[in-house]
Design a protein around this ligand. Structure first.
Ligand SMILES: Nc1ncnc2c1ncn2[C@@H]1O[C@H](COP(=O)(O)OP(=O)(O)OP(=O)(O)O)[C@@H](O)[C@H]1O
Length: 269
């Protein structure tokens, strides 16, 4: 079976700098991989390059195969067919994905309708409304009838992220990329969103590429991890092994910074 995502020797360059340097990774259905590193290490650029969403000033080279199709150098028209079906992304800031001027229910309806039409089982009218409410229930949005009529600014940050997740899974993607999906949320909401993502990824047998600088969060979410430093993968392997016996100084420094932070928090309690 060919991998859902196969990145081989991916580099991303700006006019002056190499921002991601010959990165390779593979994700099969049902696998969960974490990409960790400090701010600016190239995690988000990897996700954007994987989906053909790099900003115009950046250039990708190497190969990114999504569901067997080459992304590097592909036309936007061809990538549109892959986005949603093969891959969907949840970003740190849910407002990135939401239209501030459109009611939430209508925003969830669009990807649901598109996916249903693509699968040759078009949905409309009451059946589509029922599907919208069902997916809102699936992401545990409270009072879905009311929230479907609300605008994004009328929701809490956690509710908005649930809506963004609903829109992502409405496409029934094989691979979900979650780029710091809980960083903008308070600790309790963070835990709820992580539990939701965990359940959805398992129930729907999706692959997960989880991007975060938060090591304990990554440890709870994935089985394999890649450590990125200044665009270079310095270490990779099973998360339990990498975190308990880090082979690279940079990984050791990330882990000890996380431990110092935890200890400082405990000391304050
Ligand atoms: N459009 C761009 N043009 C030039 N440089 C960019 C562009 N986008 C990102 N960069 C640079 O590329 C590097 C990697 O950025 P990236 O957003 O992938 O980091 P990250 O690891 O996701 O960090 P964070 O956790 O802060 O989001 C950074 O130095 C950033 O300044």
């Amino acid at each position: 079976m060919s991998p859902l995502l196969e990145i081989t020797g991916l580099s991303v360059r700006s006019a002056t700098k190499v921002l991601v340097d010959t990165l390779s990774l593979t994700l099969q259905r049902g696998e969960r991989l974490g990409l960790i590193g400090e701010s600016g290490s190239g995690k988000s650029l990897t996700a954007l390059a994987a989906t053909g969403l790099l900003a115009p000033g950046l250039r990708a080279s190497g190969s990114v195969k999504l569901a067997g199709r080459e992304v590097v150098g592909a036309a936007d028209r061809d990538l549109d067919q892959l986005r949603g079906k093969a891959v969907a992304i949840v970003f740190q800031e849910p407002l990135t994905a939401l239209d501030p001027l459109m009611r939430v229910g209508r925003q969830i309806r669009e990807p649901l309708r598109r996916r249903a039409r693509r699968d040759g089982r078009p949905l409309s009218g009451q059946a589509l409304d029922a599907a919208v409410l069902a997916i809102m229930v699936d992401v545990a949005l409270p009072d879905p009838v009311r929230i479907a009529r609300a605008y994004p600014h009328e929701l809490s940050g956690g509710q908005r992220q649930r809506v963004a997740i609903a829109m992502a899974i409405a496409c029934e993607p094989d691979l979900l990329i979650a780029d710091e999906p809980t960083t903008a949320l308070d600790v309790t909401t963070q835990a709820e969103i992580m539990a939701l993502l965990d359940r959805l990824v398992r129930d729907r047998n999706m692959a997960l590429l989880f991007i975060s600088h938060d090591l304990p969060l990554v440890a709870s979410a994935v089985e394999q991890v890649i450590v990125l430093r200044q665009g270079v993968a310095v270490e990779s392997g099973p998360v339990a092994r990498v975190f308990s016996e880090p082979a690279h100084d940079y990984t050791r420094s990330l882990l000890s910074a996380a431990r110092r932070f935890d200890a400082a928090l405990e000391g304050r309690q």
